[in-house]
Design a protein around this ligand. Structure first.
Ligand code: 5GP
Length: 212
């Protein structure tokens, strides 16, 4: 059996990638979405083992020491990392595996596994991003600002990704993620969404961020 595709979905905090992943998983049954470990506290609607494995700093550092993570990064003062065992098992069984992770971790995976497919999800504008981030109400003001600062740094590195999606509608965006991964599975480049085609959009985002 051929090995599954490994795809990474990253994006600015507030771009809606969590919802896109939920829609993708609800609509298509051939994906395995990796559950990350994190030291951040669960939000009101989150359950251990569903959205994340919520660990203490000591537990997380034990996983690092045991080389049980494919990658990990510090983001907004917390550790986040991808447990190795699940990804390996699912890929070997032929399933396509998706990691929804931030940029530093994505680049570490790319170094180790150059065949990984990198997809970046952006909001249509910086104002829309800020509105979504504040509007979802899951972070306090300090956290919102920290995440916004992270997005400002991330906008400088979008070209390191293979594909860019502008999330105006989570269902459409989920279908696009599906299309890209299925193209890649068949060794076809999904030309429409290649990051090279979005130079003017990326430039616009950079200008909007630098004006904030
Ligand atoms: P949140 O706290 O909003 O759930 O996630 C914050 C950021 O951490 C998001 O960009 C999310 O994609 C990223 N993230 C989630 N899991 C992982 C992981 O296992 N590794 C890395 N590097 N980033 C992750």
């Amino acid at each position: 059996m051929s090995k599954g595709v490994l795809a990474i979905v990253s994006g600015f905090s507030g771009a809606g990638k969590g919802t896109v992943m939920q829609r993708l998983m609800a609509k298509y049954d051939n994906y395995a979405l990796s559950i990350s470990a994190t030291t951040r506290l669960p939000r009101k609607d989150e359950t251990d083992g569903i959205q994340y494995f919520f660990l203490t700093k000591e537990e997380f550092e034990t996983m690092i020491a045991e080389d049980a993570l494919i990658e990990y990064a510090k983001y907004s003062e917390n550790y986040y990392g991808t447990p190795r065992a699940y990804v390996k098992e699912k890929m070997e069984s032929g399933q396509d595996v998706i990691l929804e992770i931030e940029m530093q971790g994505a680049m570490k995976v790319k170094e180790k596994m150059p065949d990984v497919v990198l997809i970046f999800i952006a909001a249509p504008s910086v104002m829309e991003l800020r509105n979504r981030l504040v509007g979802r109400g899951t972070e306090d003001e300090e956290q919102v600002n920290r995440r916004f600062e992270a997005a400002k740094r991330e906008v400088g590195h979008i070209e390191d990704y293979d594909y860019l999606l502008i999330n105006e509608d989570a269902d459409v965006c989920a279908d696009e993620v599906h299309r890209i991964i299925q193209c890649e599975r068949n060794h076809i480049v999904c030309a429409e969404n290649k990051v090279e085609n979005y130079a003017s959009f990326i430039e616009k985002m950079r200008k909007e961020f630098s004006a904030c």
